[in-house]
Design a protein around this ligand. Structure first.
Ligand code: MEV
Length: 437
């Protein structure tokens, strides 16, 4: 049990499964069977999944769902979502329907600038480094031409390279701060390849620069890597309607609008609330990012940094009431790709893209921002009216019943039973016992 292993990556898939099952599980045979049960029956599809990462032994399923009825800039969308949380897709669909009859969502891409940096150490005279940089800037760009040619043909490439003096933060620390346009690609590989070439040229040119001392010639490259902080790769999505159109059960439209604005104000002022508020937004964003094969860790990191850009972690959404109009909007950074990566490899990602009418990266930014805004609207709507648990537990009921081993007919009856009752673990258990007796 719990033994170390040599050369695990060289084992066949069967050997890996046997090894992990025998060394790390209590019932190896069952573990092996379970892992194999999740293999795709189509060997070609399974092979694609096996090769995404190293040491694959099985597939990990998440639901792939659709939130229909999104009206975005006058076009209808059915949005694919991949997520495990029971109430998210229902909430998105409900928000989509709510705004469908109130003009839908309006969106706008505010920028598409991606960022990457070469971090390096230079011991010497900053003004000499600055002159040297101006002299070699064209060479830096020229030396990346093998990498940038095809991106440039399509209208993208390196948009700027700047020398940044960071010696205030760390002795001798400088950067090449580079910006990129990567069009429909997320661009991580493109950016990192460019940066590594820039670093190489910088080092070579410095070592041969006649104006530098020996110490200045010995520029030390620390690392070259894209940044997932993309505050100029942002998109705005918005909904608005006259306050009177916000008819809610049991609350006047004016009170509802006021409470929605207060809820956003609280999330702007109070980080404890802001984190949960934004978590709800990420329920929508991550689900579409995952379904479309994009990098949700990059998106999460970039968005949370953006939420803290004012020095305090704050709300990503905004709300106002002006001249009788309720307005609710989001502004978020989203560095996405609709070509490359998983987008052309994963069969369900390809389908998700097709369902979304094969969007450009800019179009996908708009769709995903809408998913985040819709999710936040749905969460706040519940929070300021009935409370979140009513809807959430209704959706969670099936999970509870499944955990208790309820049959299909029992589930059907109990879902009906709880239509007008409050769901809880205890109440579900009692209802199931009653039904069985
Ligand atoms: C739950 O996944 C998300 C919420 O907590 C978001 C919110 O509080 O705004 C409901």
């Amino acid at each position: 049990m719990n033994a170390p292993v040599e050369g695990f990556s060289k084992f066949s898939k069967e050997e890996k499964i046997r090894w992990i099952a025998q060394n790390y599980t209590s019932y190896p045979e069952q573990a092996e069977q379970l892992l194999k049960r999740y293999w795709n029956t189509d060997a070609a599809v399974q092979k694609i999944h096996d090769e995404f990462i190293e040491n694959t032994i099985s597939n990990y399923y998440l639901p792939f769902a659709i939130a229909p009825n999104f009206l975005i800039n006058g076009e209808y969308y059915a949005i694919p979502m991949t997520i495990e949380e029971s109430s998210v897709v229902a909430a998105a669909s409900k928000a989509a329907k709510f705004w469908l009859s109130r003009g839908g969502f309006k969106t706008e891409v505010l920028g598409t600038e991606k960022v990457g940096q070469v971090h390096f150490m230079f011991k010497g005279d900053t003004s000499k480094l600055s002159r040297f940089f101006s002299e070699i800037k064209q060479d830096l760009i020229k030396d990346t031409s093998g990498i940038t040619r095809s991106m440039e043909k399509r209208g993208g490439g390196i948009t700027n390279i700047e020398l940044r003096d960071k010696t205030d933060a760390i002795d001798n620390y400088y950067q090449l701060h580079c910006t990129f346009e990567t069009l429909d690609a997320m661009g991580a590989n493109f950016i990192n390849s460019c940066l590594e070439q820039l670093a190489k040229t910088l080092k070579e040119k410095a070592s041969a620069h006649s104006d530098f001392t020996q110490e200045e010639k010995a520029v030390e490259i620390v690392m070259s890597i894209l940044s997932n902080y993309v505050p100029k790769c942002t998109v705005k999505a918005e909904v608005s309607c006259p306050v009177e159109a916000l008819n809610e059960d049991g609350m006047s439209p004016q009170d509802f609008a006021k409470k929605m604005v207060q809820a956003v104000q609280i999330a702007k002022a109070e980080p404890y609330r802001a984190v949960t508020h934004n978590k709800g937004i990420m329920n929508g964003i991550d689900a579409v990012v995952l379904a479309t094969g994009n990098d949700f860790r990059a998106i999460e990191a970039g968005i949370h940094a953006f939420a803290a850009k004012g020095g305090t972690y704050s709300s990503l959404t905004h709300a106002s009431i002006e001249d009788g109009i309720f307005k609710f909007w989001i502004e978020v950074p989203l560095a996405l790709g609709t070509v490359g990566g998983l987008t052309s490899l994963h069969p369900l990602v390809k389908l998700a893209m097709e369902i979304l009418q094969n969007p450009t990266a800019k179009q996908l930014m708009q769709i995903i921002a809408v998913a985040g805004l819709a999710q936040n609207f749905a969460a706040l709507r519940s929070l300021v009216t009935t409370g979140i648990q009513k809807g959430h537990m209704k959706m969670h009921l099936l999970n509870i019943l499944n955990k208790m081993g309820a049959s299909d007919s029992e589930k059907k009856e109990l879902v009906h039973f709880f239509k007008e009752r409050t769901v809880s673990n205890a109440a579900a258990k009692e209802a199931l016992q009653n039904l069985r007796s």
